[in-house]
Write a protein of this length. Structure first.
Length: 294
């Protein structure tokens, strides 16, 4: 169909799907806010996660209806909705989020992103993220800790407490390790040693694993490649993204990287950076192989 027809239909279906499931989501969010009983809140959280999964399923539906796309998704057969996963991926476009959700929905627990503490105050969305138990990270700057040394270690403890609920409900936590979308200008300004990737930022991931690393079964290392060029969100809505390759690899979390102190333990910080650099080197080689046709 013509691009403008595809974009119009996709936009309409996206809106209707969001409004439909959003009504249920915010209704149960309200219940979770007003009902203090812990056991009831756990049940409501399960319902909210189910609603979010159904919303993603609806998105997959309109994508398959409006986009004539070849999905090449390679993932382990061992994935389980009862597992706990830390998911990392390269990041090139806002389309990545839809691709990840489509590729992993109903195969692992709902993807949840680590968010900055102040985002909980974002109107409507903050309440939804809280209701869905997205983990909020509270980090103090080195300058702040110099003035308030008594707060040292409190940020990790606060995040660990926020993640306590994950012991009761299987969880997948998502992190774009590069911290921003890949562009050639960013790649050049960073002088990145990788051909197809930006430099990975180890701090956020290390902080997350310090907070709740022993709760994860494994890492899911996701590589996303767009053979015909990286699409913008609008190009995707127009049906101009004809192919995408998604490779999901399940990897163990090295025991020595759990529960460390990234900010104050120099040896731990070095080990973590070396491990993440190796992970990124492998991902860069994988992208090079995909793009060279090997």
């Amino acid at each position: 169909m013509p691009a403008y027809v595809s974009a119009g239909l996709a936009s309409l279906l996206l809106l209707l799907n969001t409004l439909f499931w959003g009504l249920f989501l915010f209704s149960f969010t309200f219940l979770k806010v007003v009902i203090p009983h812990t056991g009831t809140r756990k049940v409501i959280t399960w319902i909210l996660n189910t609603i979010a999964n159904l919303w993603i399923t609806g998105n997959s539906g309109w994508m398959m209806l409006t986009q004539k796309m070849n999905w090449d998704v390679q993932r382990p057969a061992s994935l389980s909705r009862k597992g706990w996963y830390f998911v990392v991926s390269n990041h090139q476009s806002w389309v990545d989020i839809l691709v990840l959700q489509h590729s992993l929905n109903m195969r692992i627990p709902l993807l949840k992103f680590f968010l900055k503490q102040n985002l909980i105050w974002v109107p409507i969305l903050g309440a939804a993220w809280w209701a869905l138990d997205f983990p909020f990270m509270k980090r103090y700057t080195k300058e702040y800790l110099k003035k308030h040394p008594e707060m040292k270690g409190k940020d990790i403890e606060t995040t660990r407490q926020a993640c306590e609920k994950f012991k009761d409900l299987p969880t997948s936590v998502m992190n774009f390790v590069e911290g921003t979308r890949f562009t050639k200008s960013k790649h050049d300004s960073q002088e990145s040693p990788f051909k197809h990737l930006l430099k990975p930022r180890a701090g956020g991931m290390a902080f997350a694993l310090s907070s709740m690393g022993d709760q994860f079964d494994s890492i899911l290392d996701v590589t996303i490649d767009y053979p015909d060029g990286v699409p913008t969100f609008w190009e995707f809505m127009q049906g101009k993204m004809e192919r995408v390759t998604v490779i999901v690899e399940q990897k163990p979390i090295p025991a020595e990287l759990l529960n460390g102190d990234y900010e104050n333990d120099e040896q731990y910080r070095l080990n973590f950076q070396l491990w993440l650099t190796k992970l990124w080197e492998e991902k860069d080689a994988r992208l090079e192989s995909l793009r060279s046709g090997n």
